[in-house]
Design a protein around this ligand. Sequence first.
Ligand code: MTE
Length: 313
Amino acid sequence: MIKTKAAIPEREVTDQRVFAARRAIIKAAAGAATLSFLPGESVAEQKKYAKVPIGPYSADLKPNDFEDVAGYTNYYEFSTNKTDSSVLAQRLTTRPWTITVEGECEKPGVFDLDDILKNNPLEQRIYRFRCVEAWSMVVPWIGFPLAGLLKQFKPTSKARFVEFTTLYNPFVMVGQKSKVLEWPYKEGLRIDEAMHPLTLMATGMYDDELPKQNGAPLRLIVPWKYGFKSIKAIVKIKFQESMPQTAWNKSASNEYGFYANVNPSVPHPRWSQSRERVLGAGVFTPKRATELFNGYGSEVASIYVGMDLKSNF
Ligand code: MTE
């Protein structure tokens, strides 16, 4: 988010080997959607989550092409370059994977992700995704409601907020050797935001497991907030009484608020938020007008009644 290379052709800023490897990885993953296999079953049907049902909160929108979503990622643990992380993130081992649950709850512990997935039925949710850098896309996520998971740990009455933490491993996540952010990456939600039925824990997209660059094996998706709230590679969930300190808020509190609700009338110091560039749309396609709460106002506006959305950005 802090760097922009928009004016420089990608080939000139990306090492040639990384460029070639990235193309191969994205093409191989995307190929599953288009090729056919013998006998009988298409590759698309062989995808791990091909049979996951569509959930009731899924939007009736046409998703972006897989390449738009998997080939243009923000993952500072690997790189500040949106294309290099597709290659660098492949070094991450995503199994076994545990989630530590702690803080204000009756059932803390360390839980294996595969056990969590057995107890939380998956569904597909097509959601709009809006980055604070003023671009957007539509993604068919595979996941489960965060609320159902959190209730299993029995939060106490002191649990007013939930903090999420990403893995810290600078040997693999080479971007953590730089001081671009304070590591590990942390994010947080108010408990009612975390319990909202739209808030999703995603483990897949496009009928398959999440690509590593998109946050495998488990990430948060909060569709009415800017994308930086959607923390990737989660290893810890903590219930707490105080508002969590988040990575972006610590790095520039005037630019990245805790709430970060999509709001076209609150400009970021470097990006107007009134319009958004839709990824994959042609250069002559006009930008889309950004909607308050990213278009999810009828579902979420009621939880912010009485709050000044301009100062609590
Ligand atoms: N989570 C971690 N751990 N590290 C990151 O750098 N980037 C955030 C968010 N989650 C980020 C992260 C930002 S700025 C955005 S816009 C979204 O992930 C991008 O998600 P995507 O790369 O899947 O499009």
